[in-house]
Design a protein. Structure first.
Length: 232
């Protein structure tokens, strides 16, 4: 579009613009402008400033940058009961497994996003383990119009139990709340200790608490700090 109007700009300014300059440098210039505007992820990134001035833009492309805290509800008690039954003469029923309460824990997540990238880092309050996204993709549900974040992550757990693994893969799918993009909920599942049936799954619920975040404060600290909010 800009190339079409290059001649008009030349007539208006009186500055000659050779066609070879338009062909060679206009695409590069446009890419540099877009990259400089939408590429940075810092708090004072140009696009993030504009998004704070016009919050409605988050309906199109939300600014997820910052720290989110929330809770995980895991099916670990069910898995533990099955293992205990397998290791003893005890029996259990499907109804008993269904009625077992889920294990809840607090967590904190750091989102780093721009038009060109989406990275997710998470930490639980109960362990020193952290997870990092391997790949992540935002997408909009064509039926509901809501934005989803689907990602695969790798988690490392130092000083893990004998029944656990030092590192495992997992995946999650989060849906942003239509009325408030600072709220998200969804499901997750893992590959941890899958050979013995200990691969867990559960529900995530997150709320954005700060758009900046303190790099000197660990995600585990954020999770522990906000743990009382999500206690049952």
């Amino acid at each position: 579009m800009l190339a079409v109007y290059a001649d008009d700009v030349q007539q208006l300014t009186g500055v000659p613009i050779p066609d070879r300059f338009v062909v060679r440098y206009l695409p590069l210039g446009v890419l540099l402008i877009l990259g400089g505007f939408f590429g940075p992820t810092g708090y004072w990134a140009p696009w993030r400033i504009l998004w704070r001035l016009i919050p409605k833009l988050n309906d199109w492309f939300p600014d997820l940058n910052g720290i989110w805290v929330g809770s995980t509800n895991s099916n670990w008690p069910t898995i533990r009961r099955l293992v205990e039954a397998a290791q003893s003469d005890d029996t259990t029923t499907e109804q008993e497994l269904h009625d077992l309460p889920e294990q809840q824990d607090s967590m904190a997540v750091r989102f780093t996003n721009s038009l060109f990238k989406l990275q997710i880092q998470a930490g639980l309050s109960s362990t020193n383990g952290e997870s990092f996204s391997i790949t992540a993709k935002p997408w909009r549900n064509q039926h509901t119009g809501r934005i989803h974040l689907s990602y695969v992550y790798r988690q490392r757990t130092p000083n893990h139990a004998i029944t656990d693994e030092e590192a495992h893969l997992g995946a999650a799918d989060l849906e942003l709340t239509a009325e408030d993009y600072r709220l998200a909920a969804g499901t997750y599942w893992t590959k941890r200790a899958w050979r013995t049936g200990r691969n867990t799954a559960g529900i995530l619920a997150l709320s954005k608490v700060t758009a900046k975040g303190n790099r000197e404060k660990s995600l585990q600290h954020y999770a522990q700090e906000h743990k009382p909010i999500f206690a049952k």
